[in-house]
Design a binder for this molecule. Sequence first.
Ligand code: SF4
Length: 218
Amino acid sequence: MREEDWRSLVELEHSFVGDDLFLATKDDDQEKISFDKTWANLSETVKECQKCSLCDTRNHTVFGEGDVNAKLFFVGEAPGKDEDLSGKPFVGRAGKLLTKMIIAMGLQREDVFIANILKCRPPDNRNPSSEEIEKCVPYLKRQISIIQPKILCTLGSFATKTLLEEETPISKLRGKVYSYEGVSLVPTFHPAYLLRNASMKAKAWQDLQLVMKLLDTR
Ligand code: SF4
């Protein structure tokens, strides 16, 4: 092959590879822009939500926080006083215990996503009403469908019963793997319950080990 033919072949090849790379980057960028937009829209909708009466007493909505590409998504019940004041999930005593649980799993809080069934605090930390859950849970379901985690770990009875549509007590549901819309779901006790019932920590640790095993194998 003549040298000029060889050079033009190399140039041609470069131009193709360059185009492919350019197109791939462009598609990735578009995908990221659209993801960011969807997420920002959802966050804004929650911030302004007035679908139930909890909007009258809240200081902040608590949208959730963590890695939007997380494989593991923790779902709690509702914000408490500290969460309502800060706008962040699980920052009080129960939150500190959840952080310890995550670290014991060999992860950091930043590696997972954490949100609640309700985005606003029920006054005096009362239980969420079924009407409030019904109005608010579509936000959580949308978060799950956007993040597409591999595992959902529900913390406590309200989160577990709501996603599994089950009335069985958490003590009977825990210790097994379920499926929510094709995502593996592992229920365990709420950290606030573990603070009051330290003897249940061993069972919660068994549940977290189950989560770790699933994370490794998926
Ligand atoms: S609890 Fe949920 S549905 Fe009710 S006002 Fe807050 S964000 Fe809206």
